[in-house]
Write a protein that binds this ligand. Structure first.
Ligand code: SAM
Ligand code: SF4
Ligand code: F3S
Length: 421
Protein backbone atom coordinates (compact mmCIF):
# COMPACT_ATOMS: atom_id res chain seq x y z
CA UNK A 1 0.00 0.00 0.00
CA UNK A 2 1.27 3.47 -0.83
CA UNK A 3 1.97 5.71 2.15
CA UNK A 4 1.63 9.39 2.98
CA UNK A 5 2.55 11.73 5.79
CA UNK A 6 1.02 15.14 6.50
CA UNK A 7 2.83 17.70 8.64
CA UNK A 8 0.53 20.51 9.77
CA UNK A 9 1.49 23.91 11.17
CA UNK A 10 -0.90 26.68 12.24
CA UNK A 11 -4.46 27.01 13.39
CA UNK A 12 -7.59 24.83 13.31
CA UNK A 13 -8.30 26.03 9.76
CA UNK A 14 -5.12 24.30 8.65
CA UNK A 15 -5.85 21.22 10.75
CA UNK A 16 -9.23 21.08 9.03
CA UNK A 17 -7.63 21.44 5.56
CA UNK A 18 -5.16 18.67 6.46
CA UNK A 19 -7.98 16.35 7.48
CA UNK A 20 -9.72 16.95 4.17
CA UNK A 21 -6.49 16.09 2.36
CA UNK A 22 -6.09 12.97 4.53
CA UNK A 23 -9.61 11.91 3.53
CA UNK A 24 -8.74 12.39 -0.15
CA UNK A 25 -5.55 10.33 0.21
CA UNK A 26 -7.33 7.63 2.25
CA UNK A 27 -10.02 7.53 -0.44
CA UNK A 28 -7.34 7.14 -3.11
CA UNK A 29 -6.02 4.05 -1.31
CA UNK A 30 -3.04 5.53 0.52
CA UNK A 31 -2.17 4.70 4.12
CA UNK A 32 -1.26 7.41 6.60
CA UNK A 33 2.06 7.28 8.42
CA UNK A 34 1.89 8.88 11.83
CA UNK A 35 4.90 10.52 13.39
CA UNK A 36 4.73 11.75 16.97
CA UNK A 37 5.35 15.45 17.62
CA UNK A 38 8.56 14.81 19.58
CA UNK A 39 9.97 12.58 16.87
CA UNK A 40 9.09 15.23 14.27
CA UNK A 41 11.24 15.53 11.21
CA UNK A 42 13.95 13.34 12.73
CA UNK A 43 11.77 10.34 11.85
CA UNK A 44 13.97 9.64 8.82
CA UNK A 45 12.93 5.98 8.44
CA UNK A 46 9.21 6.82 8.44
CA UNK A 47 9.71 9.66 5.96
CA UNK A 48 11.71 7.35 3.69
CA UNK A 49 8.71 5.00 3.45
CA UNK A 50 6.45 7.76 2.11
CA UNK A 51 5.17 8.08 -1.43
CA UNK A 52 3.61 11.46 -0.69
CA UNK A 53 4.62 14.05 1.93
CA UNK A 54 2.31 17.01 2.48
CA UNK A 55 3.57 20.11 4.33
CA UNK A 56 0.67 22.35 5.36
CA UNK A 57 2.08 25.70 6.43
CA UNK A 58 1.28 28.78 8.51
CA UNK A 59 2.63 32.29 8.14
CA UNK A 60 0.96 34.09 11.05
CA UNK A 61 4.33 34.64 12.77
CA UNK A 62 7.88 34.47 11.45
CA UNK A 63 8.81 31.39 13.47
CA UNK A 64 5.74 29.43 12.30
CA UNK A 65 6.69 30.28 8.71
CA UNK A 66 10.34 29.32 9.21
CA UNK A 67 9.46 25.91 10.67
CA UNK A 68 7.34 24.96 7.64
CA UNK A 69 9.86 26.24 5.11
CA UNK A 70 12.74 24.53 6.88
CA UNK A 71 10.94 21.18 6.96
CA UNK A 72 10.03 21.44 3.27
CA UNK A 73 13.64 22.33 2.39
CA UNK A 74 14.93 19.36 4.40
CA UNK A 75 12.84 17.03 2.20
CA UNK A 76 15.13 17.72 -0.75
CA UNK A 77 17.44 14.87 0.37
CA UNK A 78 14.51 12.44 0.48
CA UNK A 79 13.52 13.43 -3.03
CA UNK A 80 17.09 12.89 -4.25
CA UNK A 81 17.11 9.40 -2.72
CA UNK A 82 13.63 8.57 -3.96
CA UNK A 83 12.68 10.49 -7.13
CA UNK A 84 9.19 8.91 -7.05
CA UNK A 85 8.39 10.75 -3.81
CA UNK A 86 5.80 13.48 -4.35
CA UNK A 87 6.19 16.54 -2.14
CA UNK A 88 3.15 18.77 -1.73
CA UNK A 89 3.52 22.18 -0.12
CA UNK A 90 0.32 23.93 0.87
CA UNK A 91 -1.31 26.41 3.24
CA UNK A 92 -0.91 30.08 4.00
CA UNK A 93 2.75 30.48 2.93
CA UNK A 94 1.82 29.45 -0.62
CA UNK A 95 -0.55 32.39 -0.89
CA UNK A 96 1.79 34.84 0.81
CA UNK A 97 4.86 33.92 -1.23
CA UNK A 98 3.21 32.92 -4.49
CA UNK A 99 5.75 34.79 -6.66
CA UNK A 100 8.87 33.29 -5.11
CA UNK A 101 7.79 29.92 -3.76
CA UNK A 102 8.75 27.79 -6.79
CA UNK A 103 12.27 29.24 -6.65
CA UNK A 104 12.52 28.71 -2.90
CA UNK A 105 11.42 25.07 -3.12
CA UNK A 106 12.31 23.71 -6.56
CA UNK A 107 11.96 20.07 -5.43
CA UNK A 108 8.23 20.47 -4.59
CA UNK A 109 5.79 18.77 -7.01
CA UNK A 110 2.61 20.66 -6.19
CA UNK A 111 1.74 23.92 -4.42
CA UNK A 112 -1.77 24.25 -2.99
CA UNK A 113 -3.07 27.56 -1.58
CA UNK A 114 -5.20 27.45 1.62
CA UNK A 115 -8.65 25.92 1.46
CA UNK A 116 -8.12 24.33 -1.95
CA UNK A 117 -7.88 20.63 -1.19
CA UNK A 118 -9.67 19.84 -4.48
CA UNK A 119 -6.31 20.60 -6.13
CA UNK A 120 -5.00 17.44 -4.48
CA UNK A 121 -7.84 15.44 -6.03
CA UNK A 122 -6.94 16.84 -9.45
CA UNK A 123 -3.30 15.94 -8.83
CA UNK A 124 -4.21 12.38 -7.92
CA UNK A 125 -6.79 12.25 -10.72
CA UNK A 126 -9.16 10.81 -8.20
CA UNK A 127 -12.36 12.09 -6.68
CA UNK A 128 -13.64 10.44 -3.49
CA UNK A 129 -17.26 10.94 -2.53
CA UNK A 130 -18.15 13.26 0.34
CA UNK A 131 -19.56 10.25 2.25
CA UNK A 132 -15.96 9.14 2.73
CA UNK A 133 -15.50 12.15 5.02
CA UNK A 134 -15.18 11.17 8.63
CA UNK A 135 -15.10 7.42 7.93
CA UNK A 136 -11.63 6.88 9.31
CA UNK A 137 -11.91 9.77 11.73
CA UNK A 138 -14.60 8.06 13.81
CA UNK A 139 -12.36 5.01 14.24
CA UNK A 140 -9.48 7.24 15.28
CA UNK A 141 -11.66 9.03 17.82
CA UNK A 142 -11.50 12.76 18.50
CA UNK A 143 -13.75 15.51 17.27
CA UNK A 144 -14.21 16.94 13.82
CA UNK A 145 -14.09 20.46 12.39
CA UNK A 146 -16.77 21.98 10.21
CA UNK A 147 -15.81 25.25 8.52
CA UNK A 148 -18.77 27.62 8.48
CA UNK A 149 -16.96 30.54 6.88
CA UNK A 150 -13.69 31.20 5.12
CA UNK A 151 -11.45 34.27 5.17
CA UNK A 152 -11.64 37.46 7.20
CA UNK A 153 -12.65 41.09 6.60
CA UNK A 154 -11.27 42.60 9.77
CA UNK A 155 -7.73 43.57 8.88
CA UNK A 156 -6.41 43.78 12.42
CA UNK A 157 -3.27 45.81 11.79
CA UNK A 158 -0.87 43.02 12.83
CA UNK A 159 -2.52 40.12 11.01
CA UNK A 160 -1.70 38.49 7.69
CA UNK A 161 -4.73 36.15 7.63
CA UNK A 162 -6.99 38.36 5.43
CA UNK A 163 -4.16 38.54 2.88
CA UNK A 164 -3.63 34.79 2.72
CA UNK A 165 -7.15 33.47 3.33
CA UNK A 166 -9.03 36.17 1.42
CA UNK A 167 -12.30 37.95 2.27
CA UNK A 168 -15.04 36.54 4.48
CA UNK A 169 -17.31 34.02 2.76
CA UNK A 170 -20.03 32.16 4.66
CA UNK A 171 -21.28 28.72 3.70
CA UNK A 172 -25.06 28.31 3.67
CA UNK A 173 -26.81 26.75 6.70
CA UNK A 174 -28.03 23.92 4.41
CA UNK A 175 -24.47 22.97 3.42
CA UNK A 176 -23.30 23.10 7.03
CA UNK A 177 -26.22 21.04 8.36
CA UNK A 178 -25.67 18.43 5.66
CA UNK A 179 -22.00 18.09 6.62
CA UNK A 180 -22.92 17.79 10.30
CA UNK A 181 -25.50 15.09 9.48
CA UNK A 182 -22.91 13.08 7.56
CA UNK A 183 -20.36 13.35 10.37
CA UNK A 184 -22.97 12.60 13.05
CA UNK A 185 -24.17 9.52 11.21
CA UNK A 186 -20.57 8.31 11.00
CA UNK A 187 -20.33 8.34 14.78
CA UNK A 188 -18.61 11.68 15.38
CA UNK A 189 -19.56 12.84 18.88
CA UNK A 190 -18.07 16.33 18.93
CA UNK A 191 -17.94 19.04 16.27
CA UNK A 192 -16.13 22.38 16.30
CA UNK A 193 -17.53 25.05 13.98
CA UNK A 194 -14.71 27.08 12.45
CA UNK A 195 -14.31 30.61 11.17
CA UNK A 196 -11.91 33.50 11.84
CA UNK A 197 -14.87 35.42 13.21
CA UNK A 198 -17.87 33.11 13.58
CA UNK A 199 -19.93 35.89 15.18
CA UNK A 200 -20.21 37.67 11.84
CA UNK A 201 -21.55 34.57 10.04
CA UNK A 202 -23.64 36.04 7.22
CA UNK A 203 -26.85 34.08 7.84
CA UNK A 204 -26.85 34.75 11.60
CA UNK A 205 -24.64 32.75 13.94
CA UNK A 206 -27.17 32.39 16.78
CA UNK A 207 -29.76 31.24 14.21
CA UNK A 208 -27.30 28.67 12.90
CA UNK A 209 -26.66 27.35 16.43
CA UNK A 210 -30.42 26.90 16.96
CA UNK A 211 -30.74 25.09 13.61
CA UNK A 212 -27.86 22.76 14.51
CA UNK A 213 -29.38 22.01 17.92
CA UNK A 214 -32.73 21.17 16.32
CA UNK A 215 -31.07 18.92 13.73
CA UNK A 216 -29.11 17.06 16.40
CA UNK A 217 -32.18 16.54 18.58
CA UNK A 218 -34.31 15.37 15.68
CA UNK A 219 -31.85 13.29 13.69
CA UNK A 220 -28.38 12.73 15.15
CA UNK A 221 -28.56 11.05 18.52
CA UNK A 222 -24.83 10.28 18.87
CA UNK A 223 -23.57 13.84 18.50
CA UNK A 224 -22.97 15.18 22.00
CA UNK A 225 -21.05 18.42 21.76
CA UNK A 226 -20.84 21.52 19.60
CA UNK A 227 -18.03 24.05 20.00
CA UNK A 228 -16.99 27.05 17.92
CA UNK A 229 -13.88 29.10 17.18
CA UNK A 230 -13.13 32.03 17.01
CA UNK A 231 -15.36 34.75 18.44
CA UNK A 232 -14.53 38.41 17.87
CA UNK A 233 -15.54 40.70 20.75
CA UNK A 234 -16.80 43.42 18.39
CA UNK A 235 -19.45 41.07 16.97
CA UNK A 236 -20.36 39.08 20.10
CA UNK A 237 -24.12 39.54 20.49
CA UNK A 238 -26.55 38.69 23.29
CA UNK A 239 -28.36 36.10 21.18
CA UNK A 240 -25.13 34.13 20.69
CA UNK A 241 -24.46 34.16 24.45
CA UNK A 242 -28.10 33.12 25.07
CA UNK A 243 -27.79 30.28 22.56
CA UNK A 244 -24.74 28.89 24.37
CA UNK A 245 -26.52 29.26 27.70
CA UNK A 246 -29.76 27.61 26.51
CA UNK A 247 -28.85 24.91 23.98
CA UNK A 248 -27.79 21.68 25.69
CA UNK A 249 -25.30 20.54 23.03
CA UNK A 250 -23.38 23.83 23.04
CA UNK A 251 -20.30 23.58 25.30
CA UNK A 252 -19.65 26.11 28.05
CA UNK A 253 -16.45 27.48 26.59
CA UNK A 254 -15.92 30.77 24.79
CA UNK A 255 -12.58 31.63 23.19
CA UNK A 256 -12.73 35.41 22.99
CA UNK A 257 -9.37 36.91 21.98
CA UNK A 258 -8.81 40.27 23.66
CA UNK A 259 -5.34 40.69 22.05
CA UNK A 260 -4.40 43.56 24.38
CA UNK A 261 -5.45 45.11 27.68
CA UNK A 262 -4.93 48.75 26.75
CA UNK A 263 -7.31 50.94 24.72
CA UNK A 264 -4.57 52.83 22.89
CA UNK A 265 -3.02 49.62 21.63
CA UNK A 266 -6.42 48.07 20.82
CA UNK A 267 -7.10 51.11 18.64
CA UNK A 268 -3.74 50.80 16.90
CA UNK A 269 -4.53 47.12 16.37
CA UNK A 270 -7.81 48.12 14.65
CA UNK A 271 -9.78 45.71 16.83
CA UNK A 272 -12.97 47.79 17.01
CA UNK A 273 -13.67 47.53 20.78
CA UNK A 274 -12.39 48.96 24.05
CA UNK A 275 -11.44 47.17 27.27
CA UNK A 276 -14.79 48.35 28.72
CA UNK A 277 -16.70 46.81 25.79
CA UNK A 278 -14.83 43.57 26.42
CA UNK A 279 -15.62 43.74 30.11
CA UNK A 280 -19.36 44.09 29.45
CA UNK A 281 -19.34 41.04 27.16
CA UNK A 282 -17.25 38.95 29.57
CA UNK A 283 -19.61 39.80 32.44
CA UNK A 284 -22.64 38.85 30.36
CA UNK A 285 -21.02 35.55 29.44
CA UNK A 286 -20.16 34.74 33.07
CA UNK A 287 -23.64 35.74 34.30
CA UNK A 288 -25.57 33.76 31.71
CA UNK A 289 -23.52 30.64 31.06
CA UNK A 290 -23.13 28.59 34.22
CA UNK A 291 -19.62 27.21 34.76
CA UNK A 292 -18.28 28.80 31.57
CA UNK A 293 -14.56 28.92 30.76
CA UNK A 294 -13.31 32.02 28.97
CA UNK A 295 -10.01 31.76 27.14
CA UNK A 296 -8.21 34.42 25.16
CA UNK A 297 -5.23 35.39 22.99
CA UNK A 298 -2.84 38.22 23.82
CA UNK A 299 -0.09 39.74 21.74
CA UNK A 300 3.00 40.98 23.58
CA UNK A 301 5.17 43.82 22.26
CA UNK A 302 2.89 45.34 19.61
CA UNK A 303 4.58 48.48 18.12
CA UNK A 304 4.49 51.35 20.62
CA UNK A 305 3.76 49.13 23.62
CA UNK A 306 5.16 50.87 26.70
CA UNK A 307 5.65 49.32 30.13
CA UNK A 308 2.36 50.96 31.13
CA UNK A 309 0.44 49.50 28.19
CA UNK A 310 1.97 46.12 28.96
CA UNK A 311 1.03 46.25 32.64
CA UNK A 312 -2.57 46.91 31.56
CA UNK A 313 -2.51 43.62 29.66
CA UNK A 314 -1.11 41.85 32.72
CA UNK A 315 -3.84 43.39 34.92
CA UNK A 316 -6.68 42.14 32.67
CA UNK A 317 -5.73 38.50 33.24
CA UNK A 318 -6.86 38.61 36.85
CA UNK A 319 -9.65 41.12 36.17
CA UNK A 320 -11.31 38.79 33.65
CA UNK A 321 -10.19 35.59 35.41
CA UNK A 322 -9.17 33.94 32.15
CA UNK A 323 -9.02 30.15 32.19
CA UNK A 324 -6.23 30.23 29.64
CA UNK A 325 -4.34 32.95 27.79
CA UNK A 326 -2.44 32.14 24.62
CA UNK A 327 0.36 34.72 24.76
CA UNK A 328 2.48 35.35 21.68
CA UNK A 329 5.25 37.77 20.89
CA UNK A 330 4.28 40.23 18.18
CA UNK A 331 5.85 39.26 14.87
CA UNK A 332 5.88 41.85 12.06
CA UNK A 333 4.32 40.44 8.88
CA UNK A 334 4.99 42.11 5.56
CA UNK A 335 1.88 43.61 3.90
CA UNK A 336 0.30 44.42 7.29
CA UNK A 337 -0.08 47.99 8.61
CA UNK A 338 1.66 47.30 11.93
CA UNK A 339 4.83 46.08 10.22
CA UNK A 340 5.26 49.58 8.81
CA UNK A 341 4.88 51.30 12.19
CA UNK A 342 8.06 52.99 13.32
CA UNK A 343 7.98 52.31 17.04
CA UNK A 344 8.74 48.56 16.95
CA UNK A 345 9.58 47.09 20.37
CA UNK A 346 13.07 45.49 20.63
CA UNK A 347 13.10 41.67 20.68
CA UNK A 348 14.75 41.41 24.14
CA UNK A 349 12.02 43.54 25.71
CA UNK A 350 9.28 41.47 24.03
CA UNK A 351 10.86 38.24 25.29
CA UNK A 352 11.28 39.56 28.81
CA UNK A 353 7.64 40.74 28.90
CA UNK A 354 6.46 37.38 27.62
CA UNK A 355 8.23 35.62 30.50
CA UNK A 356 6.61 37.97 33.01
CA UNK A 357 3.07 37.68 31.63
CA UNK A 358 3.29 33.90 31.35
CA UNK A 359 3.89 33.64 35.09
CA UNK A 360 0.63 35.51 35.70
CA UNK A 361 -1.37 33.51 33.13
CA UNK A 362 -0.08 30.21 34.55
CA UNK A 363 -1.04 31.26 38.09
CA UNK A 364 -4.52 32.39 36.96
CA UNK A 365 -5.12 29.17 35.04
CA UNK A 366 -4.16 27.17 38.13
CA UNK A 367 -6.50 29.21 40.31
CA UNK A 368 -9.39 28.61 37.90
CA UNK A 369 -8.64 24.88 37.64
CA UNK A 370 -8.42 24.45 41.41
CA UNK A 371 -12.07 25.52 41.64
CA UNK A 372 -12.97 22.30 39.82
CA UNK A 373 -11.36 19.95 42.35
CA UNK A 374 -14.14 17.84 43.89
CA UNK A 375 -16.57 18.40 41.01
CA UNK A 376 -17.76 15.71 38.60
CA UNK A 377 -17.01 16.44 34.95
CA UNK A 378 -18.34 14.87 31.78
CA UNK A 379 -15.34 13.79 29.69
CA UNK A 380 -15.26 13.27 25.95
CA UNK A 381 -12.07 13.04 23.88
CA UNK A 382 -10.11 13.60 27.10
CA UNK A 383 -11.68 17.00 27.77
CA UNK A 384 -14.36 18.60 29.91
CA UNK A 385 -17.21 20.49 28.28
CA UNK A 386 -15.21 23.63 29.12
CA UNK A 387 -12.34 22.22 27.00
CA UNK A 388 -9.96 21.46 29.86
CA UNK A 389 -7.69 18.43 29.48
CA UNK A 390 -8.30 15.68 32.03
CA UNK A 391 -6.01 12.73 32.77
CA UNK A 392 -7.98 9.87 34.31
CA UNK A 393 -8.42 6.12 34.19
CA UNK A 394 -10.94 6.47 31.35
CA UNK A 395 -8.12 5.82 28.84
CA UNK A 396 -9.69 7.89 26.08
CA UNK A 397 -13.22 6.58 26.64
CA UNK A 398 -16.09 8.97 27.41
CA UNK A 399 -17.42 9.06 30.96
CA UNK A 400 -17.81 11.03 34.16
CA UNK A 401 -14.81 11.84 36.29
CA UNK A 402 -14.43 13.37 39.72
CA UNK A 403 -11.57 15.87 39.67
CA UNK A 404 -9.01 15.11 42.36
CA UNK A 405 -6.23 17.61 41.63
CA UNK A 406 -5.34 20.42 39.29
CA UNK A 407 -2.37 21.95 37.52
CA UNK A 408 -2.42 25.05 35.31
CA UNK A 409 -3.28 23.24 32.09
CA UNK A 410 -4.28 19.78 33.21
CA UNK A 411 -6.80 18.26 35.59
CA UNK A 412 -6.53 14.83 37.18
CA UNK A 413 -9.57 12.66 37.80
CA UNK A 414 -10.18 9.67 40.00
CA UNK A 415 -13.35 7.62 40.15
CA UNK A 416 -15.39 7.23 37.03
CA UNK A 417 -19.07 6.70 36.85
CA UNK A 418 -20.29 6.54 33.28
CA UNK A 419 -24.05 6.55 33.12
CA UNK A 420 -24.16 7.34 29.43
CA UNK A 421 -24.70 4.77 26.67
N1 SAM B 1 -9.51 35.40 14.05
C1 SAM B 1 -9.06 35.17 15.35
C2 SAM B 1 -9.11 36.47 16.16
O1 SAM B 1 -9.52 37.47 15.70
O2 SAM B 1 -8.73 36.44 17.29
C3 SAM B 1 -7.69 34.53 15.42
C4 SAM B 1 -6.83 34.55 14.26
S1 SAM B 1 -5.11 34.30 14.32
C5 SAM B 1 -5.00 33.02 13.18
C6 SAM B 1 -4.70 33.54 15.83
C7 SAM B 1 -3.93 34.41 16.75
O3 SAM B 1 -2.64 34.70 16.24
C8 SAM B 1 -4.52 35.77 17.01
O4 SAM B 1 -5.52 35.72 17.96
C9 SAM B 1 -3.34 36.60 17.45
O5 SAM B 1 -3.22 36.61 18.84
C10 SAM B 1 -2.15 35.86 16.84
N2 SAM B 1 -1.48 36.68 15.83
C11 SAM B 1 -1.96 37.07 14.62
N3 SAM B 1 -1.04 37.82 13.98
C12 SAM B 1 0.04 37.91 14.79
C13 SAM B 1 1.30 38.56 14.70
N4 SAM B 1 1.63 39.29 13.64
N5 SAM B 1 2.15 38.43 15.73
C14 SAM B 1 1.84 37.71 16.82
N6 SAM B 1 0.66 37.09 16.98
C15 SAM B 1 -0.23 37.18 15.97
FE1 SF4 C 1 -6.58 38.20 11.92
FE2 SF4 C 1 -8.12 39.99 13.09
FE3 SF4 C 1 -9.11 38.47 11.14
FE4 SF4 C 1 -8.56 37.41 13.50
S1 SF4 C 1 -10.10 38.98 13.10
S2 SF4 C 1 -8.02 36.59 11.49
S3 SF4 C 1 -6.76 38.52 14.14
S4 SF4 C 1 -7.51 40.02 10.92
FE1 F3S D 1 -4.13 29.79 10.42
FE2 F3S D 1 -1.58 30.35 10.23
FE3 F3S D 1 -3.07 30.50 8.11
S1 F3S D 1 -2.87 30.78 11.92
S2 F3S D 1 -5.10 31.00 8.84
S3 F3S D 1 -2.63 28.67 9.29
S4 F3S D 1 -1.48 31.91 8.66
Amino acid sequence: MKKYYIKTYGCQMNISDSRKMADILDGAGYEEIRISENQGIRAIRELEQCDIIVVNTCTVRANAENKGLWFAKSLKHHKEKNPNLKIIFCGCIVEDKKNEITKLLPHVDLFIPPNSSEKLEEFLVFSPSIEKRGGNRAERGGGEFVTIMHGCNNFCSYCIVPYVRGREKSRTPEEILEEIRILGNQGIREITLLGQNVNSYKYGFAKLLHMIEKTIEGEIRGLERIRFLTSHPKDMSDDIIDAVADLPHLCEHIHLPIQHGDDEILKAMNRGYTVDDYKRIAEKIRNKIKGVAITTDMIIGFPGETEKHFSNSVGRIREFAFDQVVTTIYSPRSKTAAAKMENQVPEEIKKERLQRIMKVTDAMALEQNKKLVGTTQEILNGRTRTNKIVKSNLKGQPGNVTITSARSYILYGGTTNDTRK
